[in-house]
Design a protein around this ligand. Structure first.
Ligand SMILES: Nc1ncnc2c1ncn2[C@@H]1O[C@H](COP(=O)(O)OP(=O)(O)OP(=O)(O)O)[C@@H](O)[C@H]1O
Ligand SMILES: [Mg+2]
Length: 258
């Protein structure tokens, strides 16, 4: 089982879009996949067609009151499971910070899955801030997938996140955390976007995914229908891109037998 945090402290860079669509594509490819919505906004939850479900988020498990396995709900897609996000997660910032081991609460809660291996992949859709939820995700993950918008300030954000990864490693909370990939999103063919991609490539080389996600209105419409793009527009540009990302992701993360 591999746990991947989809994170970037910058808002609106396609963390949730990537979480939903990578999760759906992995499930469609035969992988048992759990998507955990760590954002109080619950966009990944509504994007899969679920209303907020009170008491079903990771919150109780972070407090150590309930096992995380009780929070998993099946979806209408085979092999795709969800732990929904809910507004109660907003309280985590204050409540969890007070507790002992506040950095490793999610890591401990996920231990049950590391032992039982009911999933091949666990994707963590992180909220856009460097708060307690995102740091818990980084402390729990094997690796980080960073969506990056093709825009001028992209690199600045990257160095910040790099710094946080170093801090998490050094804190001892997760010494083996790696940046597994950088994904360029919302690409529009123009000089600036290409320049940004080139620059990220120069700095980060092979970590950057060859697949680039184009800006397409269909990708922004799909969540309001509660559908991943491969159901909303199976043969469109968005589907092609997220399927290609999934193949690349699986090449980097081949399924192991357990
Ligand atoms: N490739 C794309 N083409 C067009 N629109 C996109 C694309 N990817 C994401 N969007 C849209 O951009 C907005 C931000 O995307 P998304 O919610 O996935 O970002 P996020 O990083 O999760 O945001 P937040 O930081 O608020 O959690 C959404 O309205 C989404 O539908
Ligand atoms: Mg989001």
């Amino acid at each position: 089982m591999k746990i991947v945090a989809i994170a970037n402290q910058k808002g609106g860079v396609a963390k949730t879009t990537t979480s939903i669509n990578l999760a759906a594509c992995l499930a469609a490819r035969g992988c048992r996949t759990l998507l955990i919505d760590l954002d109080p906004q619950g966009n990944a939850t509504s994007g899969l067609g679920f209303p907020p479900i009170e008491g079903q988020s990771v919150y109780g498990a972070l407090l150590g009151q309930e096992p995380l396995s009780d929070k998993v709900i099946p979806t209408r897609w085979e092999r795709l499971f969800l732990i929904p996000g809910d507004l109660d997660l907003a309280g985590a910032e204050i409540e969890i910070a007070r507790l002992e081991d506040h950095l490793t609460r999610l890591r401990s809660a996920l231990e049950i899955f590391r032992q039982d291996q009911p999933f091949d992949f666990v994707l963590l859709d992180c909220p856009p801030s460097l708060g307690i939820l995102m740091t818990n995700a980084l402390a729990a993950a094997d690796e980080l997938l960073i969506p990056l918008q093709c825009e001028y300030f992209a690199l600045e954000g990257l160095s910040k996140i790099h710094h946080v990864v170093d801090q998490i490693r050094e804190s001892g909370a997760n010494p083996h955390l790696t940046i597994g990939g950088i994904l360029m999103t919302m690409f529009m063919r123009n000089n600036l976007a290409q320049q940004v991609i080139n620059e990220v490539q120069t700095h980060f080389g092979n970590i950057i995914y060859r697949t680039v996600i184009p800006r397409t209105v269909r990708l922004s419409e799909a969540p309001s229908h509660g559908l991943p793009i491969i159901d909303y527009e199976p043969n469109g540009l968005g589907s092609t891109a997220y399927r290609a990302l999934t193949e690349e992701f699986l090449k980097r993360n081949p399924l192991t037998k357990n």
